[in-house]
Design a protein around this ligand. Structure first.
Ligand SMILES: C[S@@+](CC[C@H](N)C(=O)[O-])C[C@H]1O[C@@H](n2cnc3c(N)ncnc32)[C@H](O)[C@@H]1O
Length: 251
């Protein structure tokens, strides 16, 4: 009987993922999420979802609820982001990071390792330097050490630059969306994580099939799903989406 009970117990990593799911839905989380979103926008740190998908305000709000929930449930830590753009998601991550940790922000902007089509202005230096300056000021205010890496994620990985002496609990992948790119990022960042962490994958939808392929590969083994949400954009037929996964602590 005891043995059967033990076998039917929820594994700790699944229980932790369920705890994050409950925290996302809490009224206090939503209140806090609204506050950090408002602050980010007041500082001019905006997401591409704000810029191009003005009708889809649920996405930035859902992202904010997720990172607030993670900050309440997971052990202390900082965050890593590939794909910064105008700082809208970095600003939320910085506001949820534990003081005296790091926010690592990787984006090549106008360098040759830029992997997105030159249609969104990702490569422009004037808004890039404004974003970096604003994120640095916000981080200083929140006692988080802001580490901008102006390079592609693959260059960062090849040079093995993640050597920071504090834990990370959120990794947001929103840079290169190819199968190879996301697979490499998953492999590298997961190898570096020590404690449990939440991995957020943007563009997990039919528009970016490479993202789903990477999540189907061994690089994603052992990840426990937390959420996968979709949002319809008025002028685009198929919805855009993002997902979040719990990476278990290293054993
Ligand atoms: C979709 S935007 C990021 C949006 C941002 N996370 C947000 O929600 O507002 C994609 C970003 O990926 C960056 N990027 C392009 N190639 C990259 C690469 N190889 N590694 C990391 N970031 C890259 C682009 O410069 C762009 O800023």
């Amino acid at each position: 009987m005891e043995e059967n009970q033990a076998m039917s117990e929820t594994p700790p990593v699944v229980a932790l993922a369920e705890e994050v799911q409950r925290a996302i839905a809490a009224h206090s989380t939503k209140k806090e999420a609204s506050a950090i979103l408002t602050r980010s926008r007041e500082l001019g740190l905006i997401s591409d979802w704000d810029l191009w998908m003005g009708h889809v305000t649920e996405k930035p709000f859902d992202f904010a609820c997720l990172v607030v929930a993670v900050a309440h449930i997971l052990p202390p830590g900082g965050s890593i982001e590939t794909g910064v753009f105008r700082g809208g998601t970095s600003a939320l991550l910085i506001q949820c990071a534990t003081p005296e940790t790091f926010h690592v922000a990787i984006d090549p902007f106008g360098l040759p390792s830029q992997s997105c089509a030159p249609t969104h202005g990702y490569e422009l230096w004037a808004p890039a330097r404004t974003t970096i300056a604003r994120l640095a000021a916000l981080s200083e205010h929140n006692s988080v050490t802001f580490c901008p890496y102006v390079m592609g994620a693959r260059e960062f990985i090849r040079a093995d630059l993640l050597q920071h002496p504090a834990p990370f609990r959120i990794v947001h992948l929103d840079g290169e969306h190819s199968n190879e790119g996301v697979t490499e990022e998953l492999q590298y960042f997961r190898r570096k994580l020590r404690g449990p962490a939440v991995i957020i994958i943007d563009d997990h939808d039919e528009h970016s099939p490479g993202v789903a392929s990477a999540l189907d590969s061994p690089a994603a083994n052992g990840l426990v799903p937390i959420l996968h949400r979709f949002y319809l954009y008025p002028t685009v037929e198929r919805p855009f989406g993002f997902s979040a996964w719990l990476h278990p602590a290293a054993s």
